[in-house]
Design a binder for this molecule. Structure first.
Ligand code: ZN
Length: 113
C-alpha cells in the first residue's frame, strides 16, 4: 500500500471503531434500562450481540493499530523494510499483508504475536 492507501485504510478503520463504540454504547444503555432483560429470551440475544460487537471492536482496534504503525513506517521511509533483519519485505507479502513488519523469514522464525 502506498501512503494514500494507508491513510484511507486508517480513516476507514477509525470510522468503524467509532461506529462500533456507539453500537456498544447503545447496547449497554439498552441493558442498563432493564436489568431483568438478562434473564429472558431478549436478554440472551442482547448478551450475544454485546459479545459480538465487543469482539469485532477489539479486532478493528487491533487492525487500526497495525495500520497506524504501517502508516508511521511509510512516513519515516521504513515501510516494507523488515523490522528485524532490515531486508526488504517481499512485495507479494506486503500486498497480502499490508501491515507486515517482518519479512517472511523473520515472521516464520518468531512465534505469532
Ligand atoms: Zn527479516
Amino acid at each position: 500500500m502506498d501512503r494514500v492507501e494507508l491513510e484511507e485504510a486508517v480513516r476507514r478503520a477509525r470510522d468503524l471503531v467509532t461506529d462500533l463504540r456507539h453500537e456498544a454504547g447503545a447496547i449497554a444503555e439498552s441493558t442498563a434500562a432493564g436489568p431483568d432483560d438478562e434473564h429472558d429470551v431478549e436478554g440472551s440475544s442482547i448478551g450475544f450481540e454485546r459479545r459480538r460487537v465487543a469482539a469485532l471492536l477489539s479486532q478493528v482496534e487491533a487492525s487500526l493499530l497495525g495500520l497506524e504503525a504501517a502508516l508511521a513506517r511509510q512516513l519515516s521511509g521504513e515501510y516494507g523494510i523488515c523490522g528485524s533483519c532490515h531486508k526488504t519485505i517481499d512485495p507479494e507479502r506486503l500486498a497480502a499483508l499490508p501491515t507486515a513488519e517482518l519479512c517472511i523469514d523473520c515472521a516464520r522464525s518468531r512465534p505469532r504475536a
